[in-house]
Design a protein around this ligand. Structure first.
Ligand code: SF4
Length: 430
């Protein structure tokens, strides 16, 4: 029996696609193994959103080549499209696929040449709208409903790596959610490159009818009715996606978690404009106010880029101040690094690395304080924790922060347990 291993970097969309690849290869009767050394086929599903992600992707390719020189190595996803120079000095025998369609086509070709019958594989899979039934290795399943971006934020390479904007029809999403629930997943995270553009042909709001997209709220309402689905989250939105209708659906549906991820990127209007984002700081603050009014102490998580070209101390101070105002429960901090092929690469006023590090540390400190403050509100209250680690007895609660459950009895991965949050706000007792 032929074997395969896969290693995936990057966002939830990439993680989801890795599951599609596993499904494809296991349907061709290949055995999934963890160890590169034991694999006939190795797939590195790459990311290039930052220089670190590109470097990690290249490292993994080298590791695969070194550990198993006789394996067929496929390199797929974003790094392949970002810049052909990325592959200089890497073996020319690598099989490169810029998107899922190409990857499935290449895999099918190689397997057929090796005498493996993949004729029965549904052509849907090759058209990348294929659904998955199970998310291996995770309690929380990601469900990709949208792909692609033409937003061209000045720091981002994704519009070049995923230019085709597609979405999965509602009926397919519901069907897939039901399959995931049937295979034991209690929680589903709806995922996309630009989730708020679900159902649209472009992510540019000015081209949407009425500049608004009601479809995401409709989808959420329908998916919440999938029998047995205990929890739903949305991966990432922008302020304009948070419509009154969406908040209405969220507030009135018990299995939609009180958690939203809204990417801020900067608290300075000037910097947001330079980033070519589609919202202002004022819009962002308005959304936060609306969310807090309509949901019960929601968790609001965000991304902030530190040290974007031209960011002054005043601009950075504005990021700190909106972070305090929003009371983020978690901030993903990205120290700015030049990404080849983006508009920001060509900007003049790049910030000194030392200054970026200082600002990053300052924001990290604030992040810690805000997260603690957020969690403390819930001391003494009940929480439902989805167990992810049976040994450590940890999992995430409704508001997405990690809780360690103190229990004398074993806890089962993937089960939701009801517990009371202790005085330290991070442990809970059954
Ligand atoms: S919206 Fe901006 S940051 Fe998000 S994928 Fe598109 S270009 Fe990148």
């Amino acid at each position: 029996m032929q074997t395969f291993a896969i290693n995936t970097l990057g966002c939830k969309v990439n993680q989801y696609e890795a599951q599609q690849i596993i499904k494809f290869l296991t349907s061709c009767n290949l055995l999934y193994v963890q160890d590169f050394k034991k694999a006939d086929i190795i797939i590195i599903h790459t990311c290039c959103v930052t220089h670190i992600a590109s470097a990690k992707s290249r490292q993994l390719i080298r590791k695969a080549q070194k550990q198993n020189p006789s394996a067929k190595i496929f390199v797929s996803s974003c790094l392949v499209n970002a810049d052909p120079a990325e592959f200089k000095n890497l073996d020319e025998k690598l099989l490169l696929a810029g998107n899922m369609e190409e990857l499935f086509g290449l895999l099918k070709q190689q397997l057929t040449a090796a005498g493996i019958d993949c004729k029965s594989i549904d052509n849907n899979m090759l058209r990348k709208q294929e659904t998955i039934e199970k998310f291996y290795g995770q309690t929380r399943a990601f469900l990709k409903i949208q792909d692609g971006c033409d937003g061209f934020c000045s720091y981002c390479i994704i519009p070049k790596t995923r230019p085709n904007i597609t979405f999965k029809p509602i009926e397919k999403v519901i069907e897939e959610a039901q399959h995931l629930v049937n295979s034991g997943h209690k929680e589903i995270v709806l995922t996309g490159i630009f989730l708020g553009a679900y159902g649209q042909q472009t992510v540019k709001r000015k081209n949407w009818p009425n500049n608004e997209n009601p479809i995401i709220a409709d989808l959420l309402e329908k998916i919440a009715q999938v029998p047995g689905l205990k929890r739903i989250r949305l991966s990432s939105l922008e302020p304009a996606d948070v419509t009154d209708r969406l908040l209405d659906v969220m507030g009135n549906t018990s299995n939609i978690m009180p958690h939203l991820h809204l990417s801020l990127q900067s608290g300075s209007e000037r910097i947001l404009k330079k980033m070519n984002r589609q919202y202002s700081v004022k819009d962002f603050a308005g959304s936060i106010e609306k969310i807090n009014l309509q949901l019960d102490r929601p968790a609001i998580t965000t991304d902030i880029i530190v040290g974007f070209p031209g960011e002054t101390l005043q601009d950075f101070a504005k990021s700190l101040s909106i972070a305090k105002l929003a009371g983020f429960s978690k901030i993903h901090i990205f120290p700015f690094s030049k990404r080849a092929g983006t508009a920001a690469e060509k900007l003049q006023d790049h910030i000194d690395k030392k200054v970026i590090t200082e600002r990053t540390l300052k924001l990290r400190e604030l992040e810690k304080q805000l997260a603690e403050k957020f969690r403390k509100q819930f001391i003494g209250e009940d929480a439902q924790v989805l167990i992810e680690d049976e040994v450590k007895k940890t999992g995430r609660c409704e508001r997405y922060y990690e809780i360690c459950v103190t229990s004398d009895n074993p806890l089962t991965k993937g089960k939701i347990v009801k517990c009371k949050i202790n005085n330290d706000a991070v442990t809970a007792s059954i």
